[in-house]
Design a protein around this ligand. Structure first.
Ligand SMILES: *Cc1c(COP(=O)(O)O)cnc(C)c1O
Length: 468
């Protein structure tokens, strides 16, 4: 038995994997990884895979990055962890100062949690609590966009709209207001992203006009709806949204958990619209893809409504045990150093241009509805019909065929439904980008040529963030 097989068997007899129908592994091998280096992951049989999706969008500077490794090792010898209530430490103070400095002006306070979903929970609870502390207790509801994704905990699911993840749990969810997304995939022929995004704002304006008295906040993923299939829209939507939130006295929560730290071409996506949200949620690439941590930044105005004598019961009494873990802070500090010292945002422009060039030919593919890009994210959407952009029935699992082909060829490309995408580490080379495009093209050819017979259940949810 190969080493891969033996680890797979031991794994499958005790583990339950995330976002997985475990029965799939009766056919689909699980890949045990022994080591990582740069953009490469290596399994126990010595086969290497180019990590085109940054291990679920977290890894920006490669696996086992020597600079991040060193910083964590140094921190480990000093202090591995201390509770953050009543105590503090050097890496958490330094990281907070730097986050305040590099995020848009006005975000002056940092609250930490240990993953993205709980960062969202914090932003939602703080917004709700702010209105309560401000004698406007009727402002309790949240506005979200269709096709959005904000995480897996119950309130985070409530503000999400990817049916596959939320439909089952509907009875548990908060009652939110859903507004049609500015996603440009379905824009009318010949219309620009900007015009379409601007037009779609009318729905948001109307919802805010009608319901603002009961709305605490609007929450959106700026520029890219990630788990919803890497759907993209124009920054003008964010400018219009900021302005409307001010007019209607509603908070703006920007979930930059996936898009923060350079993914869209700027350090933070909201810079492209020149807006400061009331809450900015960061995670994923925050620690360079090393350790779980999230940060919620907010304004002094929000902070001040909680700042009072203890007996007023205005405090935000929310905590996660590992809040502000020093090792995670050290990883984040090393990551920010690399951004600064290597002028990463500037250097990424050449890589983004190469990603564009390497995938351009796919625009003419008869089974590709769109090739879209925002900065360091490129998505190729496979469709059943190019003219009407009709998607393949999700049960056909076309993306899974791309995934399997890519693995054979030595690339980790994990499509979202029928959407093949690259979200590579920023340490990728131009040659490696060309290799990914080649593998994706072959995979798309194989996946779209295959005859698949499935029984389609009408009205079943669309499928995203799944291997296929
Ligand atoms: C991944 C993600 C989350 C959830 O983060 P977790 O760390 O997986 O809980 C929330 N919002 C967006 C936009 C994400 O991409």
């Amino acid at each position: 038995m190969s080493l891969n097989d033996s680890w797979m068997q031991r794994d499958l007899s005790v583990l339950w994997h995330p976002c997985t129908q475990m029965k799939d592994h009766e056919q689909l091998p699980l890949i045990p990884i022994r080591r990582g280096e740069g953009v490469w992951l290596e399994d126990f049989d010595g086969k290497r895979y180019l990590d085109a999706v940054s291990s679920w969008w977290v890894n920006v500077f490669g696996h086992a990055n020597p600079r991040i490794n060193q910083r964590i090792k140094d921190q480990l010898d000093q202090l591995e962890h201390v509770m953050l209530a009543g105590f503090s430490h050097q890496p958490v103070v330094e990281l907070s100062e730097r986050l305040v400095k590099i995020t848009p002006p006005g975000l002056d306070r940092v609250f930490y949690t240990d993953n993205g979903s709980t960062g969202i929970e914090v932003a939602l609870k703080m917004s709700f609590h702010y209105w309560r502390n401000s004698d406007q207790p009727n402002k309790q509801r949240f506005v979200t966009l269709t096709n959005s994704y904000h995480g897996e905990t119950v309130a985070a699911m409530s503000v999400g709209d990817v049916a596959l993840f939320t439909d089952t749990y509907k009875p548990l969810l908060l009652d939110t207001l859903k507004v049609p997304s500015p996603d440009c995939f379905m824009r009318p022929d010949g219309m620009s992203w900007e015009d379409h995004s601007r037009n779609m704002f009318a729905h948001m304006e109307q919802t805010l006009a009608e319901h603002h008295a009961e709305i605490a906040a609007v929450i959106v993923e700026p520029l890219i709806q990630g788990a919803g299939g890497m759907r993209m829209y124009h920054p003008v939507y964010l400018s219009l949204l900021r302005d409307a939130c001010d007019r209607y006295q509603v908070h703006l929560i920007l979930d930059e958990i996936a898009v923060g730290f350079g993914r869209t071409g700027t350090m933070f996506a909201c810079e492209q619209a020149n807006v400061t949200p009331d809450f900015l949620c960061l995670s994923k690439a925050l620690t360079g893809g090393y350790l779980p941590m999230a940060a919620v930044l907010t304004t002094d105005k929000v902070y001040q409504t909680f700042y009072a004598d203890y007996s007023t019961l205005r405090a935000f009494l929310h905590s996660h045990t590992y809040t502000g873990n020093p090792l995670a802070c050290a990883a984040a500090l090393a990551t920010l150093d690399i951004f600064e010292q290597d002028h990463v945002i500037e250097a990424n422009k050449a890589l983004a241009a190469r990603m564009n060039k390497a995938t351009a030919h796919l625009r003419d593919h008869p089974q590709v509805g769109e090739v879209r890009q925002t900065g360091m994210a490129v998505a190729i959407e496979m469709v059943q019909d190019k003219i009407s952009k009709t998607s393949y029935p999700w049960q056909e699992r076309r993306g899974l065929k791309v995934y399997q082909h890519a693995l054979q060829r030595g690339a980790l490309l994990r499509p979202l439904g029928s959407v093949v995408y690259f979200l590579p580490p920023y340490t990728i080379t131009e040659e490696q980008i060309d290799f990914l495009a080649e593998v994706a093209t072959e995979g798309i050819d194989i996946a779209t040529r295959a005859t698949v017979s499935v029984s389609v259940v009408p009205g079943a949810p669309s499928e995203f963030r799944d291997p296929g």
